[in-house]
Design a protein around this ligand. Structure first.
Ligand SMILES: [Zn+2]
Length: 82
């Protein structure tokens, strides 16, 4: 027996399911967008934090970025000249 109330309920259920799918899809799209964004920013920070070769300067007792110490009297860059 196909009654009008059954048809009405079917319509309501379809409406709810349809809306649920739309919400899920929207959230999924938003997540993808955020993911993409965060991944991009992560990549950016990764490339930014890509460390220069750090060397230890015993004279200054510290690590220096790059391949020589700022202080010229350390002589790290021309150590091999000895
Ligand atoms: Zn130094």
């Amino acid at each position: 027996m196909f009654t009008l109330s059954k048809l009405l309920w079917l319509g309501i259920i379809l409406f709810i399911v349809w809306n649920l799918f739309r919400i899920i899809e929207k959230r999924h799209a938003l997540n993808e967008k955020n993911k993409d964004k965060s991944e991009k920013s992560k990549m950016k920070t990764d490339s930014q934090s890509e460390p220069l070769p750090a060397i230890y300067c015993p004279t200054c007792a510290t690590f220096v970025a790059g391949n020589k110490c700022e202080r010229e009297d350390c002589g790290i860059s021309n150590q091999s000249n000895g």
